[in-house]
Design a protein around this ligand. Structure first.
Ligand code: HMG
Length: 387
């Protein structure tokens, strides 16, 4: 069977962040609760000049050549921060980046699972059409509201993945297990910008779905935990993945190996926060860029979870051609260039987006130097600009 998987991967987040110790102090919490209890050091703050379209366009812009743009025949956008109830965010990104107009473009949604659904659809498409390429975008802005328990688990950003035959990063295996149920752990009614969440219940459901999919995967493919050199998780906050891993790690003869790989897989998520659909893929980037022991051919398990709820466990092998150095250089350059906001500046920026009630709006774009920005809204149309 032809090898199919992630050939290129790119990440983009806001140029602004807050420090979690400063947020804890302002909210009269022990900093240890956010830093250790949740495993978060910093949080991306998304300015009004960025939405999921610009975040995704900025992520994809980093990885696509002109030849890629001509060859892509499908653009799949996974998001739960859609900007329109009808038109997909994929069409905007396709146009902003100059991707072939002969591609089909659409958006899919199932909370944080949308990126994985898109990736698996892309893999199946390439297995049938190995000469084509698919662009998968996973972009979100995680919002719970100021001074809520969820506030410490906000964030945002986008991951862009080019899926192709003979991939140079991760070969995705044709092995996966699913578990889904109608659960009200987290959702966002159409009239709200901030999610509704039953936080502790959502943690329990996440662990339950992880165990369900892990057991089914083991049973169906006759494998055990020591076949895996690492596991990457959807990370709504980084301690969540650690809790899931701890729930099975004693099945391993080398628990310390998986726990050490987990530390590599959460480095960037701890500095960005939750980006919903993109969180598992930011964790994968973090693992790939920071692990000094992962080798070509090693097997990585991936757990995707989207509230509501859908779980999937699947696996991939590190490609022969993979080189972690350019990925690490790019990630560190981007994260270190960000500007730290005070908590008051963050609170002001948090309230500044496009009102749900409609109306024209022009943003001050002077301080956002990202390649693609949102200038505002005019006659119900979002106005995008390339810097
Ligand atoms: P909370 O109730 O304020 O926090 O909110 P807590 O009291 O549970 O404390 C958190 C942890 O800090 C605990 O650790 C404390 O012990 C520890 P745990 O017992 O859980 O291991 N702690 C300390 N540690 C060190 N030093 C200290 C200290 N004090 C306390 N001084 C909660 C936490 C996660 C519930 C909240 O932030 C929330 O509701 N977040 C949003 C929901 C969420 O992220 N759920 C995750 C699973 S659902 C999911 O992943 C899907 C999602 O991404 C959405 C989608 O699919 O679209 C969210």
């Amino acid at each position: 069977m032809v090898k199919v998987g992630i050939d290129k991967i790119g990440f983009f987040t806001s140029p602004y962040f807050i420090d979690m110790t400063e947020l804890a102090n302002r909210r009269h919490e022990e900093p240890g609760k956010f830093l250790i209890g949740l495993g978060q050091k910093q949080q991306a703050v998304i300015p009004p000049t960025q939405d999921v379209v610009t975040l995704a366009a900025n992520a994809a812009n980093k990885i696509l050549t002109k030849a890629d743009k001509d060859k892509i025949d499908t653009v799949i956008f996974g998001t739960e921060t859609g900007i329109d109830n009808s038109k997909s965010a994929a069409i905007y990104v396709q146009a902003l980046l100059g991707i072939s107009k002969h591609a089909r473009s659409f958006e899919i949604k199932q909370a944080c699972y949308g990126g994985t659904a898109g990736l698996q659809m892309a893999v199946e498409h390439i297995r049938l059409h190995p000469d084509s390429q698919v662009l998968v975008l996973a972009a979100d802005i995680a919002r719970y509201g100021l001074q809520t328990p969820g506030e410490a688990t906000q964030g945002g950003g986008a991951v862009a993945m080019l899926v192709a035959a003979e991939p140079r990063i991760l070969e995705i295996e044709d092995k996966r297990s699913f578990y889904s149920d109608n659960i009200m752990d987290f959702w966002r009614p159409l009239y709200r910008r901030d999610a509704v969440v039953d936080g502790h219940y959502s943690n329990n459901v996440y662990i339950d779905f992880f165990k369900q999919t892990w057991q089914t995967y083991q049973r169906d493919y006759h494998c055990n935990i020591d076949d895996f050199q690492a596991m990457a998780f959807h990370l709504p906050y980084t301690k969540m993945g650690l809790k899931a891993l701890r729930s099975i790690v004693n099945q391993s003869h080398h628990p310390e190996r998986l726990l050490a790989q987990f530390e590599s897989s959460r480095v960037y998520n701890a500095c960005v926060g939750n980006l919903y659909t993109g969180s598992l893929y930011l964790s994968l980037i973090s693992l790939l860029a920071n692990s000094e022991t992962l080798q070509h051919g090693d097997l990585v398990g991936l757990f995707s979870y989207g509230s509501g709820a859908q779980g999937e466990f699947y696996s991939g092998r590190i490609s022969e051609q993979f080189d972690r150095r350019p990925l690490k250089t790019d990630m560190e350059a981007m994260l270190s260039k960000r500007q730290k906001l005070t908590i008051s500046q963050y609170e002001e920026m948090y309230q500044a987006g496009l009102p749900l009630s409609g109306g024209d709006k022009q943003f001050d774009t002077a301080s956002d130097h990202s390649p693609f920005i949102l200038e505002g809204r005019h006659e119900d149309q979002r106005i995008y600009r390339q810097n």
